[in-house]
Design a protein around this ligand. Structure first.
Ligand code: PHE
Length: 346
């Protein structure tokens, strides 16, 4: 029995010594020291031994067991350290390598213009409202006083999806939708940015998809002078305090009276040059007093409430502000063009 224990000890210790990983080591622990292991078995069989042999073998068995346990513990530490060492080596980084330069992105020039215009109007108490690019014929035209057979619909050749659904041709449907939500109660004071679509052939000044910003104010006692004052504040804050505005009569079915606003040319200050085509003025936006029909269709009492609305194209405004000569630059994503509007450079 003594011999057997010694052999077992040797066998176990050599297995421990050659164990490759923690799992293998644990298997060894279980098989030699576990309840069903050979040492436990020896201890169990001690009853059959003579009184003389018993303490000797008992002591030896305990010694063998302690020795194996100790070696397993040692080996476990070694294996754990080796694992950490290996991981450190694998994950080592060379801190002397030069870094990869991170390219700074910047907001698209149109996004910047739209946000600047939004901020300006937010500072005057407006709220931002958004609509949907796929719009119904009702909100895009009918609710804006453009019935189905209205000739003004020819002005806006549209992308129809079905007879009743189209890609919106302007941001004005947001006016109608927002007024409806107010259920006939003012004030309404919103600024509405968004993409719009028209069946134009793309060239330097036309794009089949572009952006607009719409403004709408509805309340009691809103007058044309409020519109004029608001547009003047916008023009001066946005283009410079030295700029003048003028309103020319125009026509939109959803406003009456309707106007177009020009600002004085910043190059020649009204004398006439090539930028303003000799007129001294540059057209900026369309506007007017909300047509009573539009108010009524959206549930407002047009005897009590009046309002004004205006709509402008951020592309045109960006082109004037930054001296850009082709609308297509906004959409072709040439990084050399876009980079010029980085906040770090402007
Ligand atoms: N929706 C008009 C357009 O697209 C612009 C506009 C908006 C005019 C609001 C008057 C009032 O041309």
């Amino acid at each position: 029995m003594e011999q057997k224990l010694k052999e077992l000890a040797q066998e176990a210790l050599s297995k421990v010594a050659s164990a490759q990983d923690l799992k293998e080591l644990n298997d060894i622990r279980v098989s030699y020291l576990g309840k069903k292991g050979p040492i436990t078995e020896v201890l169990r069989g001690m009853g059959k031994l003579s009184a003389e042999e018993r303490p000797k073998i008992g002591a030896l068995a305990n010694q063998v067991r302690a020795e194996i346990a100790e070696q397993i513990e040692k080996k476990q530490k070694q294996l754990e350290e080796a694992a950490i060492e290996k991981q450190l080596k694998e994950e080592a980084i060379d801190v002397t390598l030069p870094g990869r330069p991170v390219k700074n992105g910047n907001a698209h020039p149109l996004t910047k213009i739209i946000e600047e215009i939004e901020d300006l109007f937010i500072s005057m108490g407006y709220q931002v409202a958004e609509g949907q690019e796929v719009e119904t014929d009702y909100y895009n035209f009918e609710a804006l006083n453009l019935p189905k057979d209205h000739p003004a619909r020819d002005m806006q050749d549209s992308f129809y999806i079905t007879e009743e659904i189209l890609l919106r041709t302007h941001t004005s449907p947001i006016q109608a939708r927002t007024m409806e939500k107010h259920k006939g109660k003012g004030p309404v004071k919103i600024i509405c940015p968004g993409k719009v679509y028209r069946r134009d052939n793309d060239d330097a000044t036309h794009s089949h998809q572009f952006t607009q910003i719409e403004g709408l104010v509805v309340d009691e006692n809103i007058r044309m002078s409020d519109l004029k004052g608001t547009l003047e504040v916008f023009a001066k804050r946005f283009f410079g305090e030295d700029r003048e505005i003028r309103l020319r009569p125009s026509f939109f079915p959803f406003t009456e009276p309707s106007v177009e606003m020009d600002i004085s040319c910043k190059i020649c200050h009204g004398k006439g040059c090539s930028v303003c085509k000799g007129t001294g003025w540059i057209e900026i936006l369309g506007a007017g007093m909300v047509h009573p029909n539009v108010l009524e269709m959206a549930g407002f009492d047009s005897k009590k409430y009046t309002g004004f609305a205006f709509g402008m194209g951020p592309e045109r405004i960006a082109m004037l502000k930054y001296g850009i000569d082709d609308i297509r630059h906004f959409y072709t994503n040439d990084i050399r063009f876009l980079k010029q509007f980085s906040i770090h450079e402007s």
